[in-house]
Design a protein around this ligand. Structure first.
Ligand code: SAM
Length: 348
């Protein structure tokens, strides 16, 4: 086991079978060693800095029907909303004043988000805040569309691959959604020039250890700039309402491994991790993550953007959440910084 961890740390690469072995034989000692190496690898690029991104949940209207997701189109109990352009710009303004220098626009695949609409929105945000990065997380679109969004000034795109195994993918999604299209989108985004993020849920229904090993191998191959990995959490109005949540310790173990696969990667300690454990985000940072994405959405819509049950910080002002976060990061020896927080590409 120790040899395998040393090999990963030295070469940034293992075979799928080796990743599987690493996960199957997880012990507290292995987790501690991975964590130690991950923190060391990260500190070369980012010291003890934690980057924050202001998450704006722009719409919960979605044409897709992902079986795990609370805003899937067939959830008739979901109270649908879409923020107006003015509301989004207002969120950015508030965020800017709080010290955010990246805004993440996330939402369902809402037909109202045409290229023209989004390009105008991105240009307005960039006009108001030229020193900020805009990250989009709006699902699958054509290459032409991604190109237009990039040309309008968007910097980054988050599109979790969800699982790198076709069969597993088909158990989580209806047949109109395919892994091959998702992966093509990621490669399109990358070749256009976006900083790209993939990712997956830990403990999603039907996920095997081999599937997770495949996810790690996929991350190694794609070499994304960002990677969102958080526990699956059931939502009461989905096919998977009675499934159990993913394991926080396994999630942290995987964060350490991913940090070693790509030491300069931007790796969030997710809200889902903070939802399954009170100290989840702190543990995520201590395991190798370096990004946190506090919610900047208007309070009136936070509860409506319910991907899963029990989401944290739905009733808290943005300023209050950020203050608490800064304090909790300070308590574990980390510092939330005012920065765009781009990937550090220096060859260290
Ligand atoms: N529509 C865009 C997309 O498909 O990428 C962005 C929004 S989507 C809701 C964002 C992410 O939420 C998904 O990639 C998925 O991994 C995560 N998610 C959805 N349902 C979840 C659940 N029940 N538990 C944890 N994460 C979930």
């Amino acid at each position: 086991m120790i040899e395998l961890i040393n090999k990963l740390s030295d070469t940034r690469s293992l075979s799928t079978d080796e990743y599987e072995y690493l996960i199957k034989n997880r012990t507290d000692e292995a987790a501690a060693l991975l964590k130690e190496y991950a923190v060391k690898a990260r500190s070369k690029y980012y010291q003890n800095k934690v980057f924050v991104r202001g998450l704006i949940e722009v719409s919960n209207i979605c044409k897709n029907d992902c079986y795990y997701c609370g805003i899937r189109k067939s959830n008739l109990n979901c109270d649908r909303y879409r923020l107006s352009k003015d509301e989004i710009l207002e969120c950015c303004k508030e965020g800017y004043n709080l010290g955010f220098r990246t805004f993440v626009l996330q939402g369902g695949e809402d037909g109202a988000f045409t290229d023209d609409y989004l390009c105008d929105l991105i240009e307005s945000i960039k006009h108001n805040h030229p020193d900020c990065a805009v990250t989009l997380s709006l699902g699958e679109r054509s290459r032409e569309s991604y190109q237009k969004l990039y040309d309008s000034g968007a910097d980054r795109y988050l599109l979790r691959h969800e699982t790198a195994d076709e069969v597993h993918y088909s158990k989580l999604h209806p047949s109109d959604l395919t892994l091959s299209n998702r992966i093509n989108c990621l490669y399109d985004l990358k070749s256009i020039g976006f900083q790209v993020g993939c990712g997956f849920m830990v403990g999603s229904p039907y996920q095997t250890i081999k599937n997770i090993a495949q996810d790690l191998k996929f991350i190694e191959e794609l070499q994304p700039d960002m990677c969102g990995v958080g526990p699956f959490i059931p939502h009461k109005d989905t096919v998977f309402a009675n499934e159990k949540s993913g394991d926080a310790d396994l999630c942290c173990y995987l964060l350490s491994i991913i940090r070693l696969i790509k030491p300069n990667i931007l790796l969030p300690a997710t809200t889902a991790l903070g939802t399954v454990r009170n100290d989840g985000r702190e543990r995520g940072i201590l395991s190798g993550a370096n990004v946190i994405m506090p919610n900047l959405s208007p309070l009136s819509v936070r509860k409506k953007y319910a991907l899963y049950d029990g989401k944290i910080s739905t009733g808290e002002e943005s300023a209050q959440s950020l203050e608490k976060l800064k304090q909790s990061m300070h308590n574990i020896g980390y510092e939330v910084v005012v920065s765009r927080g781009d990937i550090n590409k220096n060859n260290l």
